[in-house]
Design a protein around this ligand. Structure first.
Ligand SMILES: Nc1ncnc2c1ncn2[C@@H]1O[C@H](COP(=O)(O)OP(=O)(O)OP(=O)(O)O)[C@@H](O)[C@H]1O
Length: 473
């Protein structure tokens, strides 16, 4: 039964969004399996009803497939689970405000009680350490221990450790930027976890920027800005993720500016992540940009091959599976863009090998990742081009979408645009979009310029040839 549940969870994790998975599936616990009947416990009535209506048929289908026999899945209520489980899923915690937006039925009642909890005098301000941990929304799985280091992120990790050891003192704010799925969120949770372990009474809060925007709107609608301000201004540490979502939202930026000033003045630590560096965030007030830049700004780059291998080996081990080095190298060589993609591939491989009861070999990996690999082989992505060209010219990947124009950046960027046009099916406007929202005429200009240069300048031709060969593998 345990094996089935692992397989079933792995499959559902592939099919659902991360928020859905952690909100609805992760809290479930299989109880027993007898005579074609599987019993699964849910922690409360709300989750029980939702899981029954939304996921029962899929889980039943997976159970029938696994046992190769008709199987009935019964969902039961197990209130003891609430006490026994550590907080993992944002929605499952009785926290203050939701930090992600899972697709849920009407949760207004829960949200109302969440909002109430945020007000002064409420339990939030008189709570013990364990509920404080829950309300912080810090994910206990994302620690420094589980964070693999390599060239791509060693600076960021060093800065994170420094800040975790001296919150509010060394770099404030600490600002991480980099592309999707590269570990920014992981790293700020790791800081939160360490500070919480060192100072169990600290008021720490992780929030995704989109949620902060929603909170501002709610405070606005309810005329509740005093509570809102009081809450955010009295934190000991604020971890705010994907701040680029503040772009163009002036009321949110204004509120955040006050919170920022109050926290920094009180030597309370702020840690921010973004997909690009402060000056490049579109629609952000200059006051905020200069504040973001006033501490330490560190990039996280896409992982290099060795780091991708290390990540796969570590994550496989965490799943209780041993990957041979050959298999890990094979996967890492073919999947190059980010860590989230590697995790997805690993889940696919595990689910495939469990379903078919086969050991993990390169052949099995090829089967399990058939779709992913054929797409990778057929198509060279613009992301890959940007990374390869940036590595080649020793510049940051973020400079590919930045608006900076020094020649040592502008030319590699033009080369990357040229290669994107040559090697992918993307249109000029699509390429412009992927290079920091540039106009298609800028891309056209780059393509023509490099094409001409190539015919006249043998060195340029050679560089392009090397890059093309690298990209085509
Ligand atoms: N160096 C690493 N070691 C171990 N796991 C990592 C590492 N980097 C990223 N991950 C894992 O990869 C997944 C994606 O990382 P994360 O969510 O932190 O990315 P992100 O940079 O915040 O991306 P986004 O901008 O899309 O939110 C997470 O499950 C995270 O735990």
């Amino acid at each position: 039964m345990e094996n089935f549940w692992q397989t079933c969870s792995a499959q559902l994790e592939l099919e659902l969004t991360p928020q859905q998975f952690s909100a609805w599936i992760k809290p479930l616990v299989p109880l027993d399996y007898e005579d074609g009947k599987l019993r699964v416990a849910a922690p409360n009535r709300f989750k029980l009803d939702w899981v029954k209506s939304q996921f029962a048929s899929r889980i039943t289908a997976l159970a029938c497939q696994y046992w190769e026999a008709p199987t009935e899945v019964q969902f039961v209520l197990d209130p003891r689970l609430n006490a026994a489980r550590k907080p993992a899923a944002p929605v499952s915690n009785a926290g203050i405000i939701h930090s992600s937006a899972p697709s849920v039925p009407d949760m207004s009642a829960q949200r109302a009680s969440d909002q109430a909890a945020a007000s002064p005098g409420s339990p939030e301000y008189n709570i013990g350490n364990s509920p404080r941990r829950e309300q912080s929304r810090v994910n206990t799985d994302l620690t420094f221990d589980s964070f693999v280091t390599g060239k791509a992120n060693q600076l960021a990790r060093a800065a994170a450790i420094q800040v975790a050891n001296n919150p509010g003192v060394s770099y404030n704010p600490l600002f991480f930027y980099g592309g999707v799925g590269l570990g920014k969120t992981h790293l700020i949770h790791a800081i939160g976890n360490q500070v919480m372990a060192d100072q169990p009474g600290a008021r720490i809060r992780y929030i995704h920027a989109e949620q902060y925007v929603r909170d501002v709107v709610t405070a606005y609608q309810r005329k509740g800005f005093d509570d809102f301000k009081h809450y955010y201004h009295s934190l000991d540490m604020l971890l705010i993720d994907d701040i680029q979502f503040f772009g163009g939202k002036s009321r949110t930026q204004e509120e955040f500016f006050y919170a920022f000033e109050a926290l920094i003045a009180a030597k309370k630590q702020i840690i921010i992540t973004s997909d690009t560096y402060p000056k490049e965030i579109t629609g952000m007030d200059d006051r905020l940009i200069s504040r973001f830049d006033s501490g330490l700004t560190v990039a996280i780059e896409p992982p290099e091959l060795e780091m991708r291998v290390a990540i796969l080996l570590k994550k496989a081990k965490q799943e209780g599976v041993t990957f041979s080095d050959d298999v890990a190298f094979f996967v890492a060589k073919h999947l190059r863009s980010n860590v989230r993609e590697l995790e997805g591939a690993l889940r696919k491989i595990l689910a495939y090998s469990r379903f078919h009861g086969k050991d993990i070999t390169i052949d099995i990996v090829k089967e399990a990742l058939k779709d992913l690999l054929s797409v990778q082989n057929r198509q060279i992505s613009v992301e890959n081009i940007q990374k390869t060209v940036a590595d080649f010219f020793n510049i940051k990947v973020a400079d590919m979408y930045s608006k900076r124009r020094p020649a040592n950046i502008a030319r590699p960027r033009q080369i990357a645009m040229y290669l994107a046009k040559e090697l992918t099916q993307k249109s000029l406007p699509e390429i412009g979009e992927l290079f920091g929202g540039r106009d298609h005429t800028t891309v056209l200009h780059a393509v023509r310029k490099i094409a001409l240069d190539r015919t006249k300048n043998p060195e340029c031709n050679h560089e392009l040839h090397v890059l093309e060969q690298t990209l085509k593998g």
